[in-house]
Design a protein. Sequence first.
Length: 277
Amino acid sequence: MTIKETEKSTGLSRSNIRFYEKEGLIAPARTEGNGYRDYSEADIENIKKIAFLRTLGISVENIRDIMAGEISLYKVLEEQSEKLDREIKAFGRARMVCEKMRKTENISFEKLRVEKYVEELQDYWKDNEPVFQLDSAGFVHIWSSFAAWAVITALSLITGILAYGKLPPEIPVQWSRGEAFSFADRNVIFAYPIACIIVRGFLRPFIYSKLNINSPYRGLIAEYLTNFLCFVIFSVEAFTILFIFGAVKNVVIVLFADAAVFIGMLAAGIRKAGRRK
């Protein structure tokens, strides 16, 4: 069965089906000759089962474990039911508080007194911990903004302008074991902010299109990766200038630190944001 026929049979979009394949949940055979995907009846049934479990809020990771026999469907359903019960209770409490607040005459932010609606404040904060976990991931959202890209690009340009007059006619562009072995005209220092503009204008849409994930954070991840690449470009520019003046010798340390900090922050932010679901 072709991908088009599979779409019609399951009622799901091509992107959904390809996403399940990319995640290793299905593995359709390939036709001889042209190598097109050939979805079997078993694949069709699995796709429908996967999609159905996703509507229940069961994660892709759990579905993968179920299909691999590492955990039973019953166990996952039990855990999901408990999670949904907690969320329903939380929504119920929130709704009751909203209704109570609505009955207060002339309710406004200035007149709001939290203690009027919450008996034990510390317990209330604890019960709503996922909200604060999401807030603590704000750094990721900040670094995924257009403003962050603009700041990085501006810093790259300003750094190049300030350093240009003190640079030698040729500057290093490649290094090995603390020694420069390839040089270019010092005007190449302005290639770094130009590279940031190119990354934003051309590479960002490409990254977004290649992120074949069904997630509300798809755009956030694409923006984050774009800004991360621009930050690495700016780091290389800064390293080049510092290398020329003898302040640092090993670019690997700089790039490794960039990668460790920013990838770590991305992972932490997404994990915390995901806990609110």
